[in-house]
Design a protein around this ligand. Sequence first.
Ligand SMILES: Cc1ncc(COP(=O)(O)O)c(C=O)c1O
Length: 456
Amino acid sequence: MVMGGKSALQQSAERHLWMNFSQLGYYARGKKLPVMVRGEGCYVWDEHGKRYLDGLSSLFCVNIGHGRADVAQAGADQGKQLEYFPTWSAAHPPAIRLAERIASLAPGDLNRVFFTSGGSESVDSAIKLARQYHRVTGNALKTKIIARDIAYHGTTMGALALTGIDSIKEPFAPLLPGGIHVPNTSVYRLPPDRTADSLAEAVKRRIEIEGPDTVAAVILEPVQTAGGCYMPPPGYFARVREICDEHNVLMISDEVICAWGRLGEWFGCERFGYIPDIITTAKGLTSAYAPMGAVIARDAVAEPFLNGDTSFLHGFTFAGHPMSAAIALANIDVFEREDLLDHVRHNQDGFRAMLESLRDIPIVGDVRGTGYFHAVELVRDQDTKEPFSPEDQVSLLGYLSDELQERGLIFRADDRGGPVVQLAPPLIAGPAQFNEMEELLRPVLHKASELFPHAR
Ligand SMILES: Cc1ncc(COP(=O)(O)O)c(C=O)c1O
């Protein structure tokens, strides 16, 4: 029923549901909350029957696409057999099989899998694993973790300390000590005193300033999400790997988004040819058909916990939940059956070409990313890269969000660096969806370039 222009569900949500990262007052001022009721393939439908192209895999997670009844059924079937048992000093077949399957897909000797319920829990678990690993190997002072500016690593208090976005940290200070930040790889906006080659050296310098005997780990995403798909310059990860090895610092690859085909590989580190000590993941592990995350550790990191009586003193009730694990296995079956990694590798250039074609719009400054993970940065001046003023940036992103929602495109408007339109479609997307994205984006970006003063 629709009352006052808002449906019963919208009204109930406004009264009772605390939406994440949302200004609740926004809806009180008349904005309408989209209420999604159905999904199929690359599309979702709201309660009024309006169709949206899901250009973001919802939240970088529905990698196999929506509406796969067989994947949901795998969870239901497991629920009928054994709906739950912990993986605390016990186990069950779905968690065992999934751990073995993940180990078989992960690069190098990343063979040990610790399950969590999501990305932030994975990052918190990796922080604790890195600290306890160093403690049990005789380096108890190694507690600090180096992350990168503007990077998003999650919202739990540990993960938040590594997140490099001040605005979402400040309300919760004091944070866990030991989260330290170095420059990210925003090569589009390198300060004049910095070169792409110096970015890995900044990690080295920071370790040396802090004191190598106090640094436990460096955490990096293969492609940094926040700020808009910051790509690593050539050789960056190989050099960071060397620096970590020189200083007995663990390298954590935060692949909450970049694993599970997003970059055309099982794991994002494979796209750039490095092997981390720990991978943190979630999202595409189940394609979000159930909540689940994982920490994957190299044999050498697990080794001190295998002998004697040392336990990793950490765990979650829902870690390795049987229904989530069954769904993750069914999800991986879909990847293999439909060869989704190959599909991404074959179609990523078409996706990129569509975005590159938008450069004729005067406010399109940069197009960057890889695989099915791209960002378009908007600028006042294409030649000088002059950014919009902070006020214009807020209005511009607000305009784009409203217009594209109205036209039925789900994307992410990111404001942590410059204003960015971020797209990460389900891995089943192809030329038809890329064309549709362009048809939705082009007129809106054109209109935005008329509304917001720019240099041409
Ligand atoms: C790189 C990265 N790490 C951690 C997280 C936190 O994951 P979650 O929202 O599942 O807690 C995210 C979420 O988007 C992420 O992108």
